[in-house]
Write a protein that binds this ligand. Structure first.
Ligand code: CA
Length: 226
């Protein structure tokens, strides 16, 4: 146990800019995480093989092995990965998500944002998080079944992914662009109809009109405490 009374969680940071790697390490350590820094892809792979990590923060442009190559190596272990991408580099973000990264953070970032994303990914990965529940709905993320009051609700692939994203981030306002990129795995062009119509259908199929809130100029929030 650390001083915050939590079990130590180990985070591997793979980032060749030492100043950034160390900044992340210092801040996460202050929050009670145990951090290891690797400064190139090969070193990252070595540490990953030798250690046991709860999360990997992974830069994309790395010497020796790049972040995508390293992700392919890490992914089969089921360890969650957050990509560190250059801000605004949509192609990198989408490629990372498609390859199975759990989230991304654009550099430069605010430490507060980094901490929030790390916590959210760790919470969701919560090992054994197969079932999700919200109100009277149960979601099985492995068989992709959704049951409401004993009845199966039929959702399309994207409706299901969207539902999981909302439930995993309940009570948090989700930006349209991030939500879109996470679910569709393509760049958000600013065209909101696709996302909005999927939200509408989810509200209708689940009877969640009052739970899925529209957040003015931002996006959506699944609200638990009405
Ligand atoms: Ca780099």
């Amino acid at each position: 146990m650390n001083r915050k009374g939590r079990k130590y969680l180990d985070i591997l940071i793979v980032e060749d800019e030492e100043a950034i790697a160390n900044l992340i390490s210092v801040n996460l350590s202050e929050e009670g995480y145990r951090c290891t820094c690797a400064y190139d892809g090969e070193e990252g792979a070595d540490y990953f093989e030798q250690g046991s990590y709860d999360l990997v923060l992974l830069d994309i442009m790395l010497p020796k092995l790049n972040g995508y190559e390293l992700l392919e190596y890490i992914k089969p272990s089921g360890t969650p990965v957050i990509f560190l991408t250059a801000k605004g580099d949509v192609k990198d973000r989408i490629k990372g998500l498609k390859l199975g990264a759990d989230d991304y953070i654009g550099k430069p970032f605010q430490i507060g944002e980094l901490l929030a994303r790390v916590e959210a990914v760790l919470r969701r990965s919560g090992k054994g998080g197969r079932m999700l529940y919200f109100q009277d709905v149960a979601i099985d993320t492995v068989s992709r079944r959704v049951v409401k009051k004993g009845e199966d609700i039929r959702l399309t692939v994207k409706e299901f992914d969207l539902l999981v994203e909302l439930v995993r981030n309940k009570n948090i306002a989700l930006y349209r662009d991030r939500l879109y990129e996470k679910v569709w795995k393509e760049p958000f062009t600013g065209e909101t109809r696709t996302l909005d119509s999927h939200i509408q259908r989810l509200r209708k199929k689940l009877g969640w009109d009052h739970y899925i809130k529209t957040v003015f100029r931002i996006g959506y929030r699944l609200e638990e405490n009405l």
